[in-house]
Write a protein of this length. Structure first.
Length: 158
């Protein structure tokens, strides 16, 4: 199936992107998956922040799965591999959370119909901030060396 081929391992991703992949997998597993993932979020962020993260995740996942250009592929919750669709979704959330709106829109256009790309990018910002950035640095959240928060001058790659 397209989009399911492994492109990375969870260990290769930044902490925030790995959390987004795990959250997406658990969301796709339905209430059972969220029953597993929700308590872990509560333990890490507290009940209020966890509720906001789950709400943002739900909105984002409903848009990406409901308006996808094709069925999205994912790996099981315990799989160490990251598929292409999962990597794109994680990158979308990390880019949006980092304020890289143009990049987020480009990625959103790859995943969903053009008329839904803006809504997905906005939802990804909320989900990404809650899941990826709330306890990490921009570099950890995006997996990019030298990543800077929105508004920072220039981009340092090395």
């Amino acid at each position: 199936m397209r989009g399911g081929a492994p492109v990375a391992r969870l260990d290769d991703l930044g902490a925030g992107e790995a959390r987004v992949v795990q959250a997406f997998r658990h969301w796709c597993d339905g209430p059972q998956g969220l029953a597993t993932f929700g308590p872990a979020l509560k333990a890490r962020f507290g009940p209020r922040r966890a509720a906001a993260a789950l709400s943002g995740l739900d909105t984002c996942c409903r848009i990406v799965t409901g308006h996808a250009r094709r069925p999205l592929a994912r790996h099981s919750a315990n799989c160490p591999c990251v598929g292409g669709d999962e990597a794109a979704f994680a990158r979308l959330c990390a880019s949006a959370a980092a304020g890289e709106r143009e990049d987020a829109m480009l990625i959103a256009c790859l995943l969903v119909r053009a008329d839904m790309a803006g809504a997905l990018a906005a939802a990804a910002e909320v989900a990404g901030l809650a899941l990826a950035v709330c306890d990490t640095t921009p570099e950890e959240a995006t997996g990019r060396p030298g990543a800077q928060p929105r508004g920072a001058a220039g981009a340092r790659w090395h």
